[in-house]
Design a protein around this ligand. Structure first.
Ligand code: SAH
Ligand code: SF4
Ligand code: F3S
Length: 483
């Protein structure tokens, strides 16, 4: 196991081993030498920043990347200005994610002019697109290293190639069946952690680029997942978020198939683990078995993120979501019957090709009927290579804006109403951080994912407290601890 590896005893004068992860341990050992030499040359420690642009899975990848970087000798920093190595872990789900990366690259270029030894690396979903790679090769020559989503475990090896080669290193894999375990991780939070249970996506919703940049669905072995969580718990973690693009289809492609609900039952057994979350659930695959396991669980949080995307059956069909509005609403009824206190959240898209304002009314109707506790509302973004991008009836901006504003208003009204309903209740909260605006307060997260701010005395981050939700402020509460 990784924790027992003694990197200083690895003989880097030999050829690297073929098998993983031993091969990467070898390259980590080699990187340590390079970093040490550079640090001695500069007479100070070296710093690295890993910036996440995407979703929770992207964030978890960043923790793995930072794990490798700290192992090879870098100190983590939050600031590019202070860094000797900058790694951007990119996202391409909507065009604005791409634009943010290009914007920041201009700034990195100016930094590198002042600090020529600065190394700049790009990885993640955006790098899986050929057009992006062409653009970087042509217009962003100062970038030192580019890799994709399938080979992040190779960071140390690529790092060696970058140091030894002196020119831009590009390594993009179109696909992979490989899952490399047991590499270092540097967690952002001490008390909670994401845990990948699967990678990739097979659903091909017609607007979505994720299946193209993350590849086919692959589940991790339940044993590996359980062991990882046990290790996390031993290290102080009390809450895990099981991650996958569609957790409800977990386990189907394993040699010994198991369902997501069965996996949850096993995770529930882990002593010391207090809370279990997961995302994302695709409505078409959410089973009765899962509802039953959730309802009977003491650890699974009372929150379900269940993206609906749209309310109109015509649009849902064109999106290839494979459920109707009616089926979705029936599913929600079933869930609410089994767990009346559950918070349901969702993702919504406005402006999919062919969507009319009448269609948006259907989405608004779903929002009202479900009563979402929160919803992320996105404007449709055309992604090259997806079926929706070549559909002819793209919606004019003004129509999109009108629908978007109306939908957003409904989402906010409904969420506010839901939040007020819980004012005055007493609930358990996990203390997550010191309040950003007022440091006499702590911020806690409820099982239903809402935040509450309260004076906490001696209580510390990572502890559970019972809190009275005295005042609702729309999307959060202020309250006090009750014993
Ligand atoms: N696998 C998850 C979501 C992954 S992407 C799921 O199926 O729910 C997160 C969200 O981004 C999606 O739910 C969708 O609402 C949004 N999204 C994806 N592609 C988009 C696009 N082309 N334009 C706008 N929003 C998009
Ligand atoms: Fe994209 Fe659909 Fe897969 Fe989610 S389920 S990642 S929206 S293709
Ligand atoms: Fe996530 Fe963005 Fe990739 S949403 S999977 S980081 S395209």
């Amino acid at each position: 196991m990784f924790g027992n590896v003694d990197f200083d005893s690895i003989d880097i004068t030999q050829e690297p081993p073929e098998e993983e992860p031993a091969r990467q341990y070898y390259f980590i050992a080699k990187c340590r030498k390079y970093v040490k030499e550079e640090s001695e040359r500069l007479g100070r420690p070296l710093f690295a920043v890993v910036r996440t642009f995407g979703c929770q899975m992207n964030a978890r990848d960043s923790e793995k990347l930072l794990g490798i970087l700290t192992q090879i000798g870098y100190e983590p920093t939050q600031q590019e200005e202070e860094a000797d190595f900058v790694l951007y872990n990119t996202c391409t789900v909507r065009d604005n994610a791409n634009q943010r990366v290009y914007g920041r690259l201009g700034f990195l270029n100016s930094l590198k002019r002042k600090k020529p030894h600065l190394k700049i690396a790009l990885c993640g979903c955006m790098m899986q697109e050929e057009s992006v790679i062409e653009k970087i090769k042509k217009s962003y020559r100062f970038v030192d290293l580019v890799f994709g989503t399938h080979n992040i475990f190779k960071l140390a090896q690529l790092f060696v190639a970058m140091f030894e080669g002196g020119r831009m290193v590009i390594d993009i894999w179109p696909e992979t069946g490989q899952i490399v375990e047991d590499l270092p991780v540097k967690r952002k939070y001490t008390y909670k952690s994401g845990v990948n249970i699967m990678f990739g996506c097979n659903n091909f919703c017609s607007y979505c680029i994720v299946p193209y940049v993350r590849g086919r669905e692959r589940s991790r072995e339940p044993r590996e997942i359980i062991q990882e969580i046990e290790r996390l718990v031993a290290d102080g973690v009390v809450e895990v978020m099981l991650l996958g693009q569609n957790v409800n289809s977990y386990g189907q492609n394993l040699d010994k198939p198991i369902t997501f609900a069965q996996l949850l039952k096993e995770v529930e057994q882990i002593d010391g683990l207090r809370r279990i979350r997961f995302m994302t659930s695709h409505p078409k695959d959410l089973s009765d078995e899962l509802i039953e396991v959730m309802a009977g669980s003491k650890k699974i949080c009372r929150h379900l993120h269940l993206p609906v995307q749209a309310g109109s059956d015509t649009i849902l069909k064109a999106m290839n979501r494979r459920y109707t509005k009616e089926q979705y609403l029936t599913l929600v009824d079933k869930i609410k019957k089994a767990m009346p206190d559950i918070a349901i959240t969702t993702d919504l898209i406005v402006g999919f090709p062919g969507e009319t304002l009448k269609d948006v009314e259907e989405t608004i109707d779903v929002v009202r009927k479900v009563g979402y506790d929160n919803a992320f509302t996105f404007i449709y973004s055309k992604r090259t290579g997806t079926p929706a991008a070549s559909m002819e009836n793209q919606v004019p901006e003004a129509v999109v804006k009108e629908g978007f504003d109306k939908l957003l208003k409904t989402v906010q009204d409904v969420a506010r109403e839901r939040a007020f309903r819980m004012q005055g209740q007493v609930m358990e909260a996990l203390i997550e951080e010191v309040n950003e605006q007022d440091e006499t307060l702590m911020t806690g997260r409820l099982s239903n994912n809402m935040l509450v701010h309260f004076p906490a005395g001696e209580k510390k981050i990572g502890e559970f407290v019972t809190v009275s939700l005295d005042t609702c402020h729309g999307f959060y509460y202020t309250g006090h601890i009750v014993d």
